[in-house]
Design a protein around this ligand. Sequence first.
Ligand code: YZS
Length: 259
Amino acid sequence: MALITTQLQDNIGTITFNNPKHRNVLSSAAISEMIQAIAALQKGKMRVLILRAPKGSKVWSAGHDVHELPMPGRDPLAYNDPLVTILRSIQSLPIPVIAMLEGSVWGGACDLALSCDILIGCQSSSFCMTPAKIGVPYNVSGILHFINIMGVNFAKEMFFTAEPLSAEQAAKAGLLNHLVDVESLEDFTYEMAAKITRNSPLSIGVIKEQIRLLASAHPLSPLTFERIQGLRRTVYDSKDYGEGITAFLEKRTPVFTGE
Ligand code: YZS
């Protein structure tokens, strides 16, 4: 069974998650389907892409497939990790991507939603950043991504507590562009998409790329980058990281010792 479904109508492309059994987890298989779907939709003259879950979903996406996180000793969010790859491909797609958010959004799926250009949520949307629950050293581009979009202290609270941010809190933190009633979520999103399709695709594509390049223009010395990577390594080499993954797989609460 396909893990996503796609649609292209009036230059509006839609990718809908289709794995309710595993809460639309972002497995490498699902991501591979998404990458192929984006390429196919682009051939069909898509001018805007909507990323969504089926109507009525309680979970938009459960995030990275924890079964696919490596055991200690390897970077869990390295450059070529499928999740990190799809984030880059959404960010550099030369058309706007709208996240239509019904249900809870977890870990890497928050980063996927934030990688979209416009986020539209409803009362059931919530956002939980989970690395500290699993013991994951979040990646450098991912952290930058959060602090570029939301206030630094909101981001810190989200990462430190690993508690879900409600839709209202997310709107206040600047994470959601719009918070609408669940009944109008679809109409509101598709009306905005239709407006975008009537504007200049060349202008929009270049503005999106300019914003992406400017937002990531944070010069880091090689030494600073190596220091950050070294800090992350102490986390993914740790017993705690192994404990976080094992606890998830054994469906129990992890016991972290800081070692
Ligand atoms: O036991 P079965 O085979 O039925 O599978 C269960 C879950 O194990 C599976 N599942 C997942 N499998 C792998 N990775 C996941 N992230 C994941 N999430 C769920 O889906 C089946 C149904 O799950 P249930 O727990 O029974 O469903 P439910 O009671 O409705 O609860 C839904 C939620 C989403 C609340 C629950 O599944 C959950 O807490 N999932 C984990 C959410 C999470 O922590 N995701 C973040 C993963 N980490 C990352 O994205 C990054 C690496 S990081 O941590 O750095 O941000």
